[in-house]
Ligand binder design. Structure first.
Ligand SMILES: O=C(CO)[C@H](O)[C@H](O)COP(=O)(O)O
Length: 218
């Protein structure tokens, strides 16, 4: 099976976690498969809150109503992909640049179901460059602070988030204490969001593999 087929397998497995109401929907190629699958059961939900303009457009194309998070209460479930996941269901996210809205929608959801192909599973987070969204004028300042933390930040040139901000990708980090690093980076002035989901990890991880979907719970 191709990596994309494995992504699709995990995405469709997440449909079992949809119980109705308004749900949270993430961003990325795995989530695109989820949105397409969601369209087949759209009569079972009232709509979605999305973590990106791209996902909102895809949801609307399928006739699924997209709500502003401010207009709804707590979401029952949030379904999103990841760039890396460890066995504690802590994640690196933001490869697609949607990390800030992803973290917000995850925080506003009772359950976070993460979907990915099995190659995303790692023992130690950090081989995938850790995204950090920053306020534009703080980009260089934040980069210098990240160097002091032992990483090599690289400006994702030419990319601007849905919130109008640049992203720094930190290379060369081995994240042995994800909660502590998330807190440390959050404290740097000018940081909007770090793509470490450790203080609020996923609740369920669905990993697509050749032998089927593996379900890991917290
Ligand atoms: O965090 C994300 C976007 O900001 C994605 O969930 C992550 O990059 C995984 O993407 P894909 O499903 O395409 O592998």
């Amino acid at each position: 099976m191709t990596q994309d087929e494995l992504k699709k397998q995990s995405a469709l497995a997440a449909l079992d976690y949809i119980e109705g109401g308004i749900i949270g929907v993430g961003t990325g190629s795995t989530v695109n498969h989820f949105i397409d699958g969601l369209a087949t059961i759209k009569h079972r939900i009232d709509g979605a809150v999305s973590s990106s303009e791209v996902s909102s457009a895809r949801l609307r194309q399928h006739g699924i109503t997209v709500y502003d998070l401010n207009d709804v209460g707590q979401l029952s479930v949030y379904v999103d992909g990841a760039d890396e996941a460890n066995d504690r269901l802590q994640l690196i996210k933001g490869g697609g640049g949607a990390l800030t809205r992803e973290k917000i929608v995850a925080a506003a959801s009772a359950k976070f179901v993460c979907i990915a192909d099995a190659s995303k599973r790692v023992a130690v987070l950090g081989s995938f460059p850790l995204p950090v969204e920053v306020i534009p004028m703080a980009r260089s300042y934040v980069a210098r602070q990240l160097v002091q933390l032992g990483g090599t930040p690289v400006w994702r040139e030419g990319f601007i988030s849905d919130n109008g901000n640049p992203i720094l990708d930190i290379h060369g980090l081995a994240v042995h204490d994800p909660v502590a690093l998330e807190q440390q980076i959050n404290q740097i002035v000018g940081v909007v969001t770090v793509g470490l989901f450790a203080q609020r990890p996923a609740d369920v991880l669905l990993l697509g593999a050749a032998g089927g979907v593996e379900t890991i719970t917290a």
